[in-house]
Design a protein. Structure first.
Length: 363
């Protein structure tokens, strides 16, 4: 047995999962066996969320039933709404998401029922209500009236409607859908590991998702897209970005949105969202953010051999969609709830299978 002590979990195999698979040797990511790029091209987000949670793509009848449940569960309770109204207006939306999910756990009548059926029902409620909670806080923070969810709208359309009072062009909705698909799942990352660790003690799904959100908030995980946007906005032209970044590298400053713990030559998700960032840049007439982003990407590759990961071009893409920076990572949450929930359900099945001690002996 080796006496070597590993710092962190990089390179450590902790479990297996059927939810998704990251294959760095071929720069590929699959959800339940389907390539992420194919899902982005052929599916809408609700179909992919169903796939992640249920293990197979839905037929028309299954998708209709899934969407009906999601739309039904969007509404928040008076207790949760009142709580959100009392949150400090300067709160980061990620803290709002974390606290909102925790309150959902207090309210949920099935909190103590961890059967597969109840777990799926709770997952759907968290999945449906989280965007509503975040949009409500966003409106309140802006001094505006809360907009209730609208059942006639898709998941993506409804998020825009609740935040901004209108649904954008179909091109932007599609780009947002693609973004949600790309962020929905990514195997054993730190937030997923957090959720599974909490679940391994047979704790409830609300606690697991709350912990995952806290983990995702960090700038070395989900918060990287916000940090990337803050850096990109410092520059007004590609030439300025090139010289500015060289200076940052000389000072050994941390550049967010580059490199990956698993991928070695490129991030397959970046290829997709970069294409959409370019398309949206043209759509909105941008002549600064996208060229600046490309200049930064070029410097990082030439100087450090580091490629842009999924977060980097998401920054400019979200900006072109009209989404404020503080909502970038919370949107990640809205998407990743599907992946976290699938892992929680999978982990709970494993934990029950391997549980041999009576409850009184567990410490």
């Amino acid at each position: 047995m080796s006496d070597e002590i590993k710092k962190g979990l990089l390179g450590i195999v902790v479990d297996e999962t059927e939810v998704s698979k990251v294959m760095p040797e071929i720069n590929s990511l699959t959800y339940r066996g389907y390539a992420a790029q194919d899902l982005c091209a052929k599916c809408k987000f609700e179909e992919v969320a169903y796939l992640i949670l249920n293990g197979e793509l839905p037929n028309k009848k299954q998708l209709k039933a899934f969407e009906k449940i999601e739309k039904k569960e969007r509404k928040l309770s008076k207790t949760l709404l009142d709580s959100i109204k009392n949150f400090p207006k300067k709160s980061h939306p990620m803290d709002v998401a974390r606290t909102a999910v925790s309150i959902m756990g207090l309210e949920d009548k099935e909190t103590k029922d961890n059967s597969p059926k109840a777990s799926m029902s709770k997952a759907m409620r968290i999945f449906a209500k989280t965007p509503t909670a975040l949009a409500a806080f966003y409106r309140l923070r802006k001094g505006k009236k809360i907009i209730k969810p609208k059942k006639s709208l898709s998941f993506s359309e409804n998020f825009f409607y609740m935040c901004f009072g209108k649904v954008p062009k179909s091109e932007i909705v599609k780009a947002f859908d693609v973004s949600l698909i790309l962020y929905a799942e990514h195997s054993f990352n730190v937030s997923t590991f957090t959720a599974r660790t909490i679940t391994s003690s047979l704790s409830d799904i609300h606690g697991a998702i709350t912990g995952a959100i806290a983990s995702l908030k960090g700038p070395l995980h989900g918060g990287a897209n916000e940090a990337a946007m803050e850096m990109i906005e410092k520059f007004s032209a590609a030439e300025e970005a090139t010289s500015g970044l060289m200076g940052m590298l000389e000072l050994k400053e941390k550049i967010m949105g580059f490199g990956h713990a698993i991928y070695r030559t490129s991030d397959p998700r970046n290829v997709i969202i970069k294409q959409w960032a370019e398309k949206l840049a043209s759509e909105v007439g941008d002549e600064v953010l996208y060229p600046v982003s490309c200049a930064i990407e070029k410097v990082m590759w030439n100087e450090k051999a580091l490629f842009a990961n999924a977060d980097f071009f998401h920054a400019s893409a979200y900006n072109f969609m009209g989404i404020p920076t503080k909502l970038f990572t919370p949107i990640f949450v809205c998407s990743r709830v599907s992946g976290w929930s699938a892992h929680v359900i999978e982990q709970r099945a494993v934990s029950y299978t391997h549980l041999t001690l009576p409850t009184s002996d567990l410490v």
